[in-house]
Design a protein around this ligand. Sequence first.
Ligand SMILES: Cc1cc2nc3c(=O)[nH]c(=O)nc-3n(C[C@H](O)[C@H](O)[C@H](O)COP(=O)(O)O)c2cc1C
Length: 369
Amino acid sequence: MQTELSKQLGVEHAVFGFTPFPAVAAAISRAGGFGVLGAVRYTAPGDLERDLDWIEAHVDGKPYGLDVVMPAKKVEGVTEADVEAMIPAAHREFVRETLAKYGVPELAEGEVSGWRITGWMEQVARRQLDVAFDYPIRLLANALGSPPADIVARAHERGVLVAALAGSARHARKHRDGGIDIVVAQGYEAGGHTGEIASMVLTPEVVEAVDPLPVLAAGGIGSGQQIAAALALGAQGVWLGSVWLTTAEADLRSSALTRKLLAAGSGDTVRSRALTGKPARQLRTEWTDAWDAADGPGTLPMPLQGLLVAEAVSRIQKYEIDPLLGTPVGQIVGRMNDVRGVQAVFDDLTRGFERAVDRVNRIAGRSGT
Ligand SMILES: Cc1cc2nc3c(=O)[nH]c(=O)nc-3n(C[C@H](O)[C@H](O)[C@H](O)COP(=O)(O)O)c2cc1C
């Protein structure tokens, strides 16, 4: 699965894997793909250095990248406490009542919520990049908009390619005009923040909109057949996020959550503002239902909603409160039916890709691969 882009980056397969887990990122790169570590949760000093050191030691010299969340709208001089003060009391009460209804225990005395929103603030993302630029990362991706011009320039000075996620052709053109190198066209089916256009429609639209810039297709890809389809639509590679959540290397810290993912079908996700205030696809749970209910208080805008629910999400995860337990994940969750190592996932992707290419070749009257 080689394209010009995969050759440029020196990887065997044009398969890019987004993951919050260093062990998964390293395993993706070792398997011949391109592992990209999500940095949003690295808000404590020293954590990102520790995990990038770990990747360096386990990646066998293979290339890898980093993903940050720099919102396009800049919020200057605002602290987490300022944001906290903007949350209405009625919303806090709704969280308290909902947790009480399900008997969710408190965190232990002095225990801080593992889930903070500060990773979405530009100043935190900038600190993460100050750390990451000291490592030989080959790619920097940004989730929520084009990275600022000075960051693009710093990346380019170091030979680091810059990618940005886009949910529409209009977003993709903005990224191109901002000087980025790769557009990740992320469709409606995807886990995490998504737009409203499905991958089948979005991929070719973005490919045409930014030609000749390389495009990676994201959203709903979990098989080699789907990779073949994305490449046929003009993508130079694929960007997968959900499928890694049930790999043996992933560290979800909850066997109950893994069980829920393995059991879920493709119709068991919802695009909800419950987690961050912006529409993000995730497992549908009684928690998302409560937020999306007509008689609820409704969600707050980003970043208020994320801050409001951060502690609640940590409590639900820690105590594995089954009806409320969820995670961002895409519709491809319907195919995630067993726990396998990252290498086994790659073996399956390459086999499926070859089968799809053979099939299309037969249909076209050509001999197989
Ligand atoms: C658990 C999870 C967390 C995610 N967090 C981020 C993130 O922090 N930054 C980002 O750019 N994309 C994030 N995404 C989106 C992925 O980068 C990717 O675009 C998406 O998962 C692709 O669609 P798929 O889920 O169908 O594979 C996340 C996805 C998942 C499943």
